[in-house]
Design a protein around this ligand. Structure first.
Ligand SMILES: Nc1ncnc2c1ncn2[C@@H]1O[C@H](COP(=O)(O)OP(=O)(O)OP(=O)(O)O)[C@@H](O)[C@H]1O
Ligand SMILES: [Mg+2]
Length: 304
């Protein structure tokens, strides 16, 4: 399918790819739409399973645009302090009224938006909004509509909305309010394909001492198949981060001569791939594929 995009969108997507971000058709369309939107706030809600690339998208987009990136990871206790103005407790206790107020992320956005342009917008990532209480959404809603950032009673700054792209991520722990989600373009990210996960994880591990073997990718590939099979039987899946930890543990234990038989491999796979520890032992029992993984580990990482 040929996308009717402006040259600049095409080149931004190309640069993201060059930087190493794997873009699927859905993401290309979503980003193309968002970047070429004129009028109205450019804001997108990104949902998807762990490790799908939700948090990383903004990082790569900012790099490709050569734009400023402002990132906030939400917590269950996130509130207007983090968004608008926080309090520097040390300065407040010392009675330094002038220094007691700290700008929250949206105060920084307001400032940065004045130096940005619509073609080189500030990228604002508000990560994991589903962790926050719903009132945070209402605060955000107002900002997305008006650009106004309250700083103290009677004083506010204003975000130049045309010069900003907001990316808001959610792991779907709770549904977002209708009012907020109706103001956001929505993107559901599918998990990365197997080949990409194997490539990513091999890349992460390759730099570690003892892991620099040409056969590492083969080990990651087999570990992915074995562990994913266990996870799938439990109705879940393995994130790239979990796979990386799993292979790291297998290799480290092997190099320390602690991984010495198929049963040990089973326990490690169960520890990462199964979501419940008890189920893991059951799911990996009599699993023939463990023998294959063990054989490969023994051959690739022989203990001297
Ligand atoms: N499409 C992708 N292209 C390149 N790297 C990716 C991609 N998706 C994920 N990654 C890499 O995988 C790792 C995990 O991605 P990220 O943290 O963005 O996932 P996430 O969807 O935010 O997961 P979580 O729900 O656990 O926060 C990061 O190191 C990221 O760079
Ligand atoms: Mg994330």
């Amino acid at each position: 399918m040929e996308l009717t995009m402006s040259i600049s969108v095409k080149s931004v997507l190309e640069r993201m790819r060059t930087e190493g971000y794997y873009l699927r058709e859905q993401e290309e369309l979503a980003l193309g739409g968002l970047l070429s939107q004129t009028g109205g706030v450019r804001a997108m809600l990104i949902e998807g399973l762990p490790g799908a690339g939700k948090s990383a998208l903004g990082e790569y987009l900012a790099k490709a645009l050569n734009s400023q990136l402002l990132f906030l990871l939400f917590h269950a206790w996130s509130d207007s302090d983090e968004l608008f103005t926080g309090v520097d407790v040390v300065a407040a206790v010392a009675g330094e009224a002038e220094n007691a107020r700290l700008p929250g992320i949206l105060a920084h956005v307001a400032k940065a938006s004045r130096d940005a342009t619509p073609d080189k917008p500030v990228i604002v990532v508000l990560d994991e909004i589903d962790k926050t209480p719903e009132r945070v959404e209402n605060l955000l809603l107002d900002v997305l509509q008006t650009g106004r950032v309250p700083l103290k009673p009677g004083v506010h700054d204003t975000i130049v909305l045309d010069n900003v792209v907001f990316l808001i991520t959610s792991n779907g722990m709770r549904p977002l309010s209708d009012a907020l989600s109706r103001r956001l373009r929505r993107l559901y990210m599918k998990p990365l394909p197997a080949g990409k996960v194997i490539e990513l994880v091999t890349g992460w591990l390759q730099t570690k001492e003892g892991f620099e073997k040409p056969e590492l990718k083969g080990v990651v590939k087999v570990a992915y198949a074995v562990a994913n099979d266990v996870a799938n039987r439990e109705g879940t899946f393995l994130s790239p981060q979990e796979l990386s930890r799993l292979v790291e543990e297998l290799v480290n234990l092997r190099l320390q001569d602690q991984l010495s038989c198929t049963r040990n491999v089973r326990y490690v796979v169960a520890g990462w791939a199964a979501k419940s520890a008890a189920k893991g032992i059951e799911l990996t029992k009599n699993d023939r594929t463990m023998d294959g993984l063990w054989g490969l580990l023994k051959q690739t990482f022989p203990v001297k």
